[in-house]
Design a protein around this ligand. Structure first.
Ligand code: ADP
Length: 159
């Protein structure tokens, strides 16, 4: 079974992330979405809430798992016995940053490869930062969130 890890902050998971996930599932039998967090930094949503949001978005997919992690993504890959990391690319800036990380990871863990998936044009401007800004200012972010996500419930739980 070909498995990949799709790591990210996912604060929150957006339609852009969902689109990358769908593309990844055409290449891999199973994708493990790994919510990375830094215990010294508080995010907008807690890591557990981010996982719950992703579970809602992927409830109809039986080949997707979700977990949290801290530390290096390559260490997580080794713990899970997975050899592929998925990252999405929106812009040339993403490419420049991501290729450096992928090269460092390859040097540290030659058995782990990074697979880049380009953003689809329709969603390439969408980021968790934009979605958070909309939510903070009480705007309607529904069109930027995957179907099935009850964001109002999670926003209410933050308070
Ligand atoms: P990180 O903090 O690790 O970059 P993000 O949650 O911001 O975490 O992003 C996770 C991955 O998803 C990254 O590879 C990022 O480039 C990609 N990504 C984010 N938004 C989009 C989008 N709209 N289309 C395609 N890929 C995206």
């Amino acid at each position: 079974m070909r498995t990949a890890v799709f790591p990210g902050s996912f604060d929150p998971f957006t339609v852009g992330h969902f689109d990358v996930l769908e593309s990844a599932l055409q290449l891999f039998d199973k994708v493990i979405i790994a919510v990375g967090y830094n215990s010294s930094k508080t995010g907008f949503f807690s890591p557990d809430t981010r996982v719950e949001i992703i579970r809602q978005a992927t409830a109809h997919m039986d080949n997707v798992e979700v977990c949290t992690y801290t530390g290096l993504t390559i260490d997580l890959c080794h713990q899970l016995g997975v050899n592929n990391i998925i990252r999405g690319l929106r812009t040339t800036t993403d490419f420049e940053m991501e290729s450096v990380i992928a090269q460092a990871n390859k040097k540290m863990a030659p058995d782990v490869s990074t697979v880049f998936i380009p953003a689809c044009q329709e969603y390439s401007f969408i980021s968790s930062t934009v979605v958070r800004d909309i939510l903070i200012h009480k705007g309607n972010a529904a069109q930027f969130l995957p179907k099935g996500v009850t964001i109002e419930k999670f926003l209410a739980e933050r308070k």
